[in-house]
Ligand binder design. Structure first.
Ligand code: NDP
Length: 493
């Protein structure tokens, strides 16, 4: 009798195209089974308490960093990024696990609120409970750092987690599950499911209690729509078109060094990577000169060769190519590189100047090692152009004296002053965006609270000789409330 074969898919080494691994494509029935198991495990995981969960999570973080060579090699194999970059990514992810484990109890502690004069006889408290089972859908560009930024916070809060990694990095996703199971006190606390987009779609409608997604805005909208059918709340961390603002008083060497790294490292495949620079015209030529000099010394290549690797997702090459072409067609000029810088699967550094704001290259996420440098007359113009984007993820500001003033006017979720990417490595601050860059937050207390819900509990401490919330209420009691309200001008609290 013929047996039905489980459908499967391959992951590839993007530098060579060779098959890196084969994984099952899980269907909706299988996804539901995993979610049901995770749901059953949630009660025991919660009962373990903060200290029990902290022990498990710290053991996991220790195991990951002790095996950094193994996981960095796997990340490098599936994404094409240099092993050193993968190690940095792993280290930052481990920092998040430790922070979430150590701070969950304090963040979720019951808070006591003022009951106000009218309700002075009550105590008012807000408790925090884990939502139950959290679904995480991850991307391929930072296959450890990004999903772990949701997974460890959800786990620390007392939820079980079902994780669907990108089809480009399933091996990394499986490694996370396997290492967690080595330290887990019982099964089904953290499970990885593999498959293509439809498997992620099945996770959205599987009855999970919250979904945390990282990826494109286009898919985020599909995910939000699918989750809406089951009233499943979502956190959406989507792409960006991050601006870099360079003032005339900026340290130009440092600004160029950080901006070029932000734009080109990881082959430009960073949601918070620099994509457009607005530089004060007084220092623009110097900035460009330094950027070109730096670009001359970096190149794309396979791990061990290049400063950064290939495009992880082959179809991205077309997007990069089309943005370079439209930048030139719309009036921009090359300062470094050209159309022949794109030789799949690699893209050598490209620097473009004076690209009109309405060009697709300035509006859409390129996700490649390209950077556009445009001159501005002053910082007000830089702020306005930065904000005139459908995205609002991160931004960088380079200035000795005006950093905070400029940062406060930017319509985005995160700003780094005289630095780049740093907010992603500070576990205590939230990460996320506005507009097409998504909503909700990962990391920090805000990120942990995303995987909890608030339960308000009020309690009568003593009885008042008033019957406000009763059919026994008297007319003179109603008058007293109105008089009090007038006297206190509504200040009951
Ligand atoms: P997607 O947004 O399509 O994929 C992100 C994740 O969503 C993957 O795990 C993917 O699974 C999953 N997914 C795909 N379709 C569905 C669906 N219908 N329901 C649920 N989950 C789904 O991004 P791509 O990988 O295609 O990249 C496209 C663009 O997105 C990039 O060019 C880049 O601009 C942007 N991007 C932004 C990232 C960021 O950090 N903000 C990260 C990655 C990409 P599968 O891989 O199996 O299809």
């Amino acid at each position: 009798m013929a047996t039905k074969r489980t459908p499967s898919f391959n992951s590839h080494n993007p530098a060579t195209g060779e098959i890196a691994g084969t994984y099952p494509i899980m269907d909706a029935k299988q996804v539901n089974e995993v979610v049901n198991h995770a749901r059953s495990a949630a009660i025991k995981w919660q009962q373990l308490g903060f200290s029990g969960r902290k022990k498990v999570l710290l053991a996991w973080s220790a195991l990951i960093i002790n095996r950094v060579d193994q996981i960095a090699a796997l990340v490098s194999l599936e994404t094409g990024k240099p092993v050193g970059d993968a190690k940095l990514e792993v280290s930052i992810a481990v920092g998040h696990i430790g922070w979430a484990a150590r701070h969950a109890e304090e963040i979720m502690r019951t808070s006591y609120r003022a009951p106000g004069l009218l309700m002075a006889n009550m105590s008012a408290t807000v408790q925090r409970s884990p939502v139950g089972t959290v679904g995480v859908i991850g991307p391929w560009n930072y296959p450890i750092f990004t999903p772990v930024g949701s997974i460890c916070y959800a786990l620390a809060a007392g939820n079980t987690v079902v994780f669907k990694p990108s089809e480009y990095t399933p091996g990394v996703g499986m490694w996370l599950e396997e290492t967690f199971s080595e330290v887990a006190p019982f099964a089904d606390i953290f499970t990885t499911i593999t498959g293509l987009g439809a498997t992620g779609g099945a996770l959205c409608t599987s009855g999970i209690d919250k979904l945390s997604f990282t990826g494109s805005t286009r898919t985020a909208k599909l995910v939000a729509a699918a989750c809406a059918t089951t009233m499943t709340p979502v956190v959406l961390e989507c792409g960006g078109k991050d601006p870099v603002i360079v003032a005339s008083d900026a340290n130009l060497e440092r600004a160029v060094d950080a901006t070029m790294w932000s734009a080109m490292a990881n082959a430009g495949q960073s949601c918070i990577g620099a994509e457009r620079v607005y530089v004060d015209e007084k220092v623009a030529d110097k900035f460009t000169e330094l950027a070109v000099a730096l670009a001359q010394n970096i190149h794309a290549g396979a791990p061990g060769d290049g400063n950064y690797g290939p495009a992880t997702m082959p179809s991205q090459i077309k997007v990069i190519q089309s943005h370079i072409k439209s930048a030139i067609k719309d009036g921009g000029v090359f300062a470094y590189g050209g159309t022949n810088s794109v030789k799949a699967p690699f893209v050598q550094p490209v620097i473009l100047l004076d690209v009109p704001e309405d060009s697709a290259a300035m509006r859409e996420e390129t996700f490649g090692p390209t950077i556009i440098i445009n001159k501005v007359k002053n910082m007000q113009e830089a702020i306005e152009l930065s904000n005139a984007s459908s995205y609002g993820l991160g931004a960088n500001v380079w200035s000795k004296r005006q950093g905070k003033r400029i940062a406060a006017q930017l319509a985005c979720g995160m700003v780094a002053i005289n630095s780049t990417f740093s907010f992603a490595a500070i576990a205590s601050v939230p990460f996320g965006g506005v507009k097409d860059s998504g909503y909700g937050r990962v990391h920090g207390p805000e990120g942990l609270l995303e995987y909890t819900y608030a339960r308000t509990v009020v309690r009568t401490r003593f009885n008042l000789p008033l019957h406000l919330l009763s059919f026994k209420r008297k007319v003179k009691e109603e008058a007293l409330v109105v008089t009090l309200t007038r006297w206190l001008k509504g200040r009951f609290g």
